[in-house]
Ligand binder design. Structure first.
Ligand code: CP3
Length: 351
């Protein structure tokens, strides 16, 4: 197998508008893709998933590759993102986690004490073989369209492990940070290594970029993020050391800490729908490529309302060196897929 540094492999996607933009070189046409573009908004996804458990689908390479490709075929987006989930490597490391439809990742035995943390075992890279295979199958079909590798940031993963499921404000997780700082640090290191191995397996198998998702970053005080979380996120990204792929950091509600994100060693920052891109760019000193920040709520609005929002987002995106259009969070499951295709056409036509 060719390594991702091989010029033939790198040359496959190096000129793609998405790759150029995240590297800070504004292409003629603004690239666009959607977080959660593979999912319940697509009838072909619902057909592929019929009777198949979410995590089983993620671990079946042919199915994961097919689902990854569906939104690329339908919408003509500028990048694919591997169909998987942030908890897949946690499962492959031996933790009993399942995904409950309509709810998210759930653990019957949450990780709440120092001895729970001590029982966590390192992930065996061999266990990631189905992920690597899904990436190889996907990349073979994608041609010059880049595939994005992704992983959950240690704080977001740890929140699920400690809470045992989705939670409103990650209170138990944030309490552990103070009630047992050593267990907290050990847990976040474990999460960083698991996500790091997951990212690395995808990039080794041919993904052209990587995105770290810190969905619950917005619940953290800035000082806690800085001291007790960010070093672990950096550790996860450091697993990609030696690979030339551009890295993106995305967080929901990250406005209070956004200026700290480039310090993790990322090339581009994903912005949710709250912070306008010109303001985000100012907080970042003007030199960082941005991704986002279409409000997912507006996908259900009349087209004229959505169109003026898109124009505003694209105009403000000019404040950054480059902009990848995307939503400020995932595609809502009940989104009309024709609206997503129209957004892609509009962004491309606007230049
Ligand atoms: O298209 C893509 O973006 C790639 C695939 C992807 C999934 N999950 C597939 C998925 C990615 C990148 C993720 C990341 C993920 N998973 C995050 C970070 C991004 C974010 O959305 O904040 C988080 C927090 C999770 C945890 C998770 N997994 C949640 C909250 C849910 C939703 C539960 C539900 O049913 O509403 C999942 C399940 C999940 N992950 C689905 C998909 C397509 C839905 C599964 C289904 O169809 O039943």
């Amino acid at each position: 197998m060719l390594s991702p540094h091989h010029p033939l492999v790198d040359g496959r996607t190096a000129a793609a508008p998405f790759i150029r933009a995240v590297r800070g070189d504004r292409p003629e046409r603004t690239p666009v893709w959607f977080m959660r573009q593979a999912g319940r908004s697509l009838p072909e996804y619902r057909a592929s998933r019929a009777g198949v458990d979410m995590l089983d689908a993620c671990l079946t390479p042919e199915l994961a590759a097919e689902i990854t490709l569906q939104p690329v075929r339908r919408h003509g987006v500028d990048a694919a993102i591997l169909f998987s989930d942030i908890v897949v490597p946690v499962l492959l490391a031996g933790v009993d986690v399942r995904i409950v439809p309509g709810r998210g990742p759930v653990l019957d035995s949450p990780i709440r004490t120092a001895s729970d943390v001590l029982r966590l075992r390192p992930i065996d890279p061999e266990a990631l073989a189905p992920i690597a295979e899904a990436v190889r199958l996907t990349v073979a079909e994608l041609g010059s369209t880049p595939l994005i590798a992704f992983g959950g940031a240690p704080f977001t993963l740890a929140s699920y492990l400690v809470e045992g499921g989705p939670s409103k404000d990650q209170l138990r997780a944030r309490s552990l940070m103070y009630s047992d700082p050593h267990a907290w640090a050990a847990l976040l290191n474990w999460c960083a290594d698991v996500t790091g191995a997951f990212l690395r397996a995808q990039v080794e198998a041919g993904a052209s970029a990587a995105q770290l998702f810190d969905s619950w970053i917005g619940s953290l005080a800035r000082r806690d993020y800085q001291r007790r979380v960010a070093p672990h996120s950096k550790r996860a990204l450091d697993a990609l050391r030696g690979f030339e792929v551009p890295r993106i950091h995305f967080g929901v509600g990250s406005g209070e800490v956004i200026d700290l994100l480039p310090g993790l060693g990322v090339d581009a920052v994903g912005v949710d729908w709250r912070l306008p891109l010109d303001e985000a760019s100012a907080r970042l000193g003007g030199g960082v490529p941005l991704q986002g920040n279409i409000d997912p709520a507006l996908l259900a609005a009349p087209w004229s309302v959505l169109q003026s929002h898109l124009e505003d987002v694209l105009d403000r995106g000019l404040a950054a060196p480059a902009h990848v259009a995307n939503l400020g969070h995932g595609v809502p499951p009940d989104t009309d897929p024709e609206v997503l295709t129209r957004v892609v056409e509009f962004v491309h036509a606007r230049g």
